[in-house]
Design a protein around this ligand. Structure first.
Ligand SMILES: *Cc1c(COP(=O)(O)O)cnc(C)c1O
Length: 222
């Protein structure tokens, strides 16, 4: 199928999942172009998609050199090294991978304006995964209080590759409940209304569990 057909298909699946879940709030489809060419990314934008994601500073710079429409919104979804913050942070609308206070401190130093961030959470507790433990989220959010350039708009997670549907529901629900708990704190710097969860394999279940941003790559390009 073409990229346009794939995007249509994914949007249909999202819409059907929203209906099934009785949801009427919006879900933003973020196109993950990290393993794909500039031409393919251009094809995505040509369909009207405005949200694009990259996971490496160089990949981001290469795509942005060509895709320059001001209405595009760039999402950084990979591990961000401190020494790369300067290169990346003023080029993106969203950071999905805030996972340590030292990274927040570097953003505080380098960002020209407040950045919309997702705190990355390792819900499954897999040793190889980045992100902070679910049990540490509350304290981590508290520790961000003094950074004027960090706005915690939500939580993000990646599910294990081998998770079955039952486990996916469970992990995504846990993130949603944690999100709800932070919303209840009514923190000005951490409204935390969003949930960035769901990739090509599991975005349908993520939407059923309340995802407001899904990050989909492979399913758009097959
Ligand atoms: C690569 C990546 C995605 C997209 O994965 P697909 O399986 O290709 O849809 C989403 N989120 C993050 C953080 C990624 O690194």
């Amino acid at each position: 199928m073409s990229i346009a057909e794939n995007i249509h298909q994914v949007q249909q699946t999202i819409a059907a999942a929203c209906l099934e879940a009785g949801r009427t709030d919006p879900v933003t489809l973020v196109a993950v172009t990290k393993y794909h060419s500039i031409a393919e990314a251009q094809a995505v934008v040509a369909t009207g998609m405005l949200d694009l994601a990259e996971n490496r500073p160089d990949g981001l710079a290469q795509k942005q050199a060509v895709l320059t429409a001001p209405e595009l919104k760039w999402h950084f979804i990979g591990n961000l090294q401190k020494r790369k913050v300067k290169q990346v942070i003023n080029q993106v609308t969203y950071l999905h991978s805030l996972d340590r206070v030292s990274l927040a401190a570097e953003i505080e130093k380098r960002a020209h304006k407040p950045i919309d961030c997702f705190v990355e959470v390792n819900v499954s507790g897999e040793a190889a995964k980045s992100g902070i433990e679910l049990a540490e989220v509350d304290a981590f959010i508290t520790a961000l209080a003094d950074f004027t350039k960090i706005r915690v708009i939500g939580l993000m997670t990646m599910a294990p590759i081998d998770a079955d549907d039952v486990l996916l529901h469970e992990l995504f629900k846990k993130l949603r409940l944690q999100r709800d708990a932070i919303v209840q704190r009514h923190l000005a710097y951490a409204p935390c209304r969003e949930l960035s969860m769901g990739m090509s394999r599991d975005y349908r279940i993520a939407v059923l569990e309340g995802a407001t941003f899904v990050r989909v790559g492979t399913a758009l390009f097959q």
